[in-house]
Design a protein around this ligand. Sequence first.
Ligand code: HEM
Length: 627
Amino acid sequence: MEPSPKSKSNMSEPKRKFQPSLVERAGVRTFEFINRFVPWFKLPGLIGAFNLAFLRISLRNYNLHDGYVDPSAQGRYGDALEDERFLNARNSDGKYNSLELPLMGCAGMRFGRNFPPRELPEADRGGALDPEPPGHQREVHGAKAQWLHPGHDAQPAGRGLDSDEENFHIPLPEGDKWSGKTMQLPKTKPDATLDPSDKKCPGYKNPNTSWWDGSQIYGSTEEITKSLRTKLPDGKLTLNQNGTGAFIPRDQDGNPLTGFHNNWWVGMEMLHTLFALEHNALCDMLRQSYPNWTGDQIFDKARLVNCALMAKIHTVEWTPAILAHPALEIGMNANWWGIVGENLTKLVGRISKTSEIISGIPGSGVDHDGVPYSLTEEFVSVYRMHSLIPDDIAFFDAKQGKHQTTTPIGDLAFQGAQKPLDDGLSFGDLFYTFGINYPGAITNNNYPDFLRDFTDPDGIHRDMGTVDLLRDRERGVPRYCEFRRLLRLSVPTTFEELTGKQNPTLAQELSAAYGGDVTQVDALVGSHSEPVIPGFGFSETAFRVFILMASRRLKSDRFIAGQWDAATYTPEGFRWVQHSTMKDVLVRHFPELAPTLGRSKNAFAPWAQMEESRKYKGKETNAPPAK
Ligand code: HEM
């Protein structure tokens, strides 16, 4: 069966301006009024969820800005499609996801912005950290969020850091014990100046695609994708079998052969392998139903289904686990299923043809809210969650739950990512381990030591705590107070207001570090210092960018908001997406996890521990005592 592509002649010109309806505008105003007295997170769950939906409308209105002054940089309406195959399949570089503006979201395009470029600070290409921010000493080990983000390396890293470009030379303060003399760091390469405004605030290109298209696994060019596939007409990704399991193959230098591996560590090894296995399981299923299909046909459908499944898992499982609040749980479920809910949608499909509130974003129709889609600099900034990485991981076996060994994270990165597997543990053991280990809390004074004195395989020596701040300044991401003002959040006027009354010591530390000027606090430092909403794993400041961008990634995608049908996905593939959870994926490939996962609610929340595991008293699997 071949799906019937959306005819190009049916395409309308992309909407150029965000136009909220009358009802939407009224809703925005009503909740703005209510929020003067009660914030959204103090409202009852369902009302809070509606509050968030209207908040998002206002964010769409004010906080989406193209990285290009001239939208024709994104291609032109009606540009000829190079290959008809990509009407119904994802192109690895993301081209023609939008048939209207074919280069939108594609690899090599600029990041956009959440704030109007005219309001942004001048990009600080000087690189002196003035004022020098507080060091990220690791003192607190706590955790709210469990487990790491499944698509971490979908993050837009690795952008054009060119060794021939100028370097930053970051002086170290007197008495600094860092293991280098000065820190040298390649500057991010700005895109060519296309408009005078690019001088003040340059555009930066994303070498990967901005779409939710699994490019971390499949690569961001068709050439790479091809190299990752088997030579057989089976549509599968190459995995090596060694008798005990399937493994991501390595090149001659020991680098994993996968879409994106710049920041490789054992967590990436696990998730890339899991979703490569899922892809191959989909190929087997499709081959059974469509025995005459070519390898490309099988591959294309399997990739579509796998990507949609990752997007769904991220939306309805990961996000409510890290932002555990009833309004969020309702809101994120509604993003996918609509307020009519999962059961009815699974039974009868969409009830409303176009309403994302009633029947969810998938299939509700593509809408870029008047601004061509891309990830944004601010989204990158709020995704800097390096504090999630713990110092050590305590490994357990998945069958008896017995503690095996505890390993520093530095031994598990890059070439060390397969170490636990080489030492005899299975992937099932690793997933159980991650299910019961706590990640680091996304807060101040909690940066992993390993990343504070870190040398990557290219020999670049970094204190990532410093790099995180420097990159924001370099790329014109506003400081914390300005960041909040541009999100229409309250702006602290003192350090005590920023940290909340319960944390006067932190307020003093910040004041000393920033010379008493609260407006100078970096966005990331402020975000890590503000009081957190109960149940949340990160700050409300970061959350505002998330709630906008998380739904935009779905709403702009032709294969999710647009061609969301059995014709595009196949009936079997469509069912696979809608009926699989992260637990199903894990158990499909590692059946030994079934008993434990059967007792755990959400694969991203702490898993039920086996009796044997509870005997381990290390901080890795035991929440710190309440203060
Ligand atoms: C062992 C684990 C990790 C390592 C070794 C690592 C390493 C790095 C490195 C070397 C960079 C580039 C620094 C530069 O700009 O010079 C980076 C950037 C970044 N990382 Fe990580 N990281 C890790 C985990 C994480 C996690 C868990 C997250 C979030 C969930 C994360 C989010 C980011 C983001 C958002 C950027 C900025 C990307 C950009 O500038 O485009 N990283 N990381």
